[in-house]
Design a protein around this ligand. Structure first.
Ligand SMILES: Nc1ncnc2c1ncn2[C@@H]1O[C@H](COP(=O)(O)OP(=O)(O)OP(=O)(O)O)[C@@H](O)[C@H]1O
Length: 265
């Protein structure tokens, strides 16, 4: 059971004369079984934070520790899932799924076993030999999620993983994510633009504004726990408390930043 902590993170983009601060004095902690959801307008700095936490981008200042040990680069303890699943089109579904295991040196037999196991868990038992371009958007996203989880990272960082999916597939994916996360006890950090998704999944929800990224409101929530305990999704999302919080968050959502960042196209 691991703990990820970030202390006093700073990050700015752009040339010295026009530095645009995106992260300032940011602290964060993520432990097992926690689902921290970041909800905030476009451009406020969510993806930048995720990249820094994943070790994909170095902060200008501040540090990230896993179980007290400082870390500066990405490693297998933090899995990342992006909106674009980034599967390799020249490998079939099973080989994509076990790519991380292959890179870790697992043999063919163990990989086949892992592929069978994960494909069954994500409801794709018969699709291991399928080419990626012959899978639906939802199947690809399930595969991307399973690929990240197959290496058993301690933390899973997800950047709008379900944004491109239709409403029904999206809901199924949310339930699948909860189910998989509950078994593995990972700490999850998830970025979303959907208020409903944020409320449903989060054990802790941060409503953000920026840049620089600022936590405007923190909420502890138990809707995902209720689902894990057996309550149907429909009952949860139609619960008057869920509905009221949803309205409250929609009204509190800051407008997207119109600030020009000078970001390369
Ligand atoms: N490589 C970069 N160079 C310069 N500016 C950048 C770079 N990456 C991000 N930015 C800027 O930093 C700010 C935060 O971007 P970031 O992608 O972290 O926001 P976000 O909250 O994830 O947005 P979205 O929800 O639209 O994905 C934005 O103003 C963006 O234009």
């Amino acid at each position: 059971m691991s703990q990820l902590t970030a202390r006093d993170l700073h990050l700015a983009y752009g040339p010295a004369a026009q530095r645009q601060p995106v992260l300032q004095n940011l602290d964060l902690s993520l432990g097992p079984d926690e689902i921290l959801v970041l909800l905030g307008p476009s451009g406020c700095g969510k993806t930048s934070l995720l990249h820094v936490l994943a070790g994909l981008q170095a902060p200008d200042a501040g540090e990230i520790r896993i179980d007290g040990q400082a870390t500066t680069t990405s490693d297998g303890r933090r899995g990342v899932v992006f909106q674009e699943h980034a599967l390799l089109p020249w490998l079939n579904a099973a080989d994509n799924l076990t790519l991380g295991l292959r890179l870790r040196g697992l043999g063919r037999h163990q990989r086949r076993q892992a592929a069978e196991d994960w494909l069954a868990r994500i409801g794709m038992a018969d699709l291991g030999r399928r080419r990626i371009d012959a899978l639906s958007g939802g199947q690809r996203q399930r595969l991307g999620l399973a690929r990240a989880l197959a290496t058993e990272p301690d933390f899973l960082l997800l950047d709008e993983p379900f944004a491109a999916l239709d409403a029904i597939t999206r809901e199924r994916m949310q339930v699948l994510l909860l189910d998989l996360a509950r078994r593995s006890h990972q700490g999850l950090l998830l970025i979303t633009h959907s208020v409903e998704e944020a409320l449903f999944l989060a054990s802790e929800l941060w409503l953000l504004e920026g840049p620089p990224l600022l936590v405007r409101r923190r909420m502890s929530l138990d809707f995902s726990q209720r689902h894990v305990a057996g309550e149907p999704v429909r009952d949860i999302v139609t619960d008057p408390r869920f509905q009221a919080l949803s309205q409250e968050l929609l009204q509190a959502m800051p407008a997207p930043s119109g600030r020009s960042s000078g970001r390369a196209a």
